[in-house]
Design a binder for this molecule. Structure first.
Ligand SMILES: [Zn+2]
Length: 291
């Protein structure tokens, strides 16, 4: 972003927040104020006619150069935003500069020990902000390769050497998230292996079941074959039993015939005896009497 705005002020410190708000777009002013509140602005170098600054924006670190010259405010920012007349980062830089040059609030001065000189307090505050800013910039530098590593499932790059504090806390939080991701990956792998083992077991059981079904089918077929054979045997038995009954009937008839024959034999014998007597009588008749 690059812009040139006519400006009647001859000192940058005269550009109060309400004046900036009146000139820039509401979104740019809102975001610029947010960056200041969140300590994301670093004044690298500044005087009443020029500011060099850096702002940690939502898409990375951007650098601004703002100049007051010949009744114009000339602003340049490394961001790609089209915001006019000033981008949110330049707004943030102007607001931060305004805050930076203001004397500390009265209440705050009263709380300070009387012996502590005022400029030292301002220096200390700026220095603390600088340290934090440096830490934040280091964190962002680390975060970019860290995010790529996370995307690719690789190990995080070594954490920058920072003292304990909020920024180190962020790094540790990211490291913990990565650790949990790895743990959950390991758990997933274990679960996957378990599922594979169970699938294999299920396959074996299915094969056994199919074999059992096949055996059952064969058994059923053998049973049906046996039933057919049994029906055949029953049929044969029935016929045999009929034959036996026929035989019994024939046996009775034969016995009756034999009885008849015996009776007729005895009649014949009687008849033969009668013939014999008759013959003897006849012989006696024809024989001459003995002398
Ligand atoms: Zn910008």
């Amino acid at each position: 972003m690059r812009s040139k705005i006519p400006c009647s002020a001859d000192k940058l410190s005269l550009l109060a927040p309400d004046m900036i708000q009146a000139v820039v777009g509401p979104p740019a002013f809102k975001m610029g104020s947010k960056y200041v509140t969140e300590n994301r602005v670093r004044i690298v170098e500044a005087d009443e006619v020029q500011i060099s600054s850096s702002v940690i924006g939502n898409s990375g670190l951007h650098e601004q150069t703002i100049r007051l010259r010949d009744g114009n405010l000339m602003a340049k920012c490394s961001c790609p935003l089209e915001e006019q007349p000033l981008c949110r980062h330049c707004v943030a830089a102007l607001l931060e500069y305004h805050r930076w040059v203001q004397p500390p609030p009265v209440r705050r001065t009263q709380e300070m020990p009387v012996s502590e000189p005022h400029p030292t307090e301002q220096k200390r505050t700026v220095s603390a902000t600088d340290i934090k800013f440096n830490e934040i910039a280091t964190f962002i530098e680390w975060l970019q390769p860290a995010a790529r590593a996370l995307e690719r499932g690789q190990a995080l790059p070594d954490a920058p050497k920072l003292g304990p504090g909020e920024v180190m806390g962020w790094i540790q939080a990211v490291q913990k998230l990565e650790e949990r991701r790895r743990e959950s990956e390991a758990a997933q792998a274990a679960l996957g292996a378990d599922i594979t083992a169970r699938e294999a077991q299920l396959n074996r059981l299915t094969q056994q079941l199919q074999a059992s079904l096949q055996e059952a089918r064969e058994g059923q077929s053998a049973y049906q074959q046996m039933q057919r054979e049994l029906a055949n045997y029953r049929d044969v038995l029935t016929r045999l039993s009929n034959i036996v009954k026929d035989l019994d009937r024939h046996d009775g008839q034969m016995r009756s015939v034999a009885g008849d024959l015996l009776r007729k034999g005895s009649q014949l014998e009687t008849l033969a005896g009668s013939f014999h007597e008759l013959s003897a009588a006849l012989q006696a008749l024809v024989k001459p009497p003995s002398p």
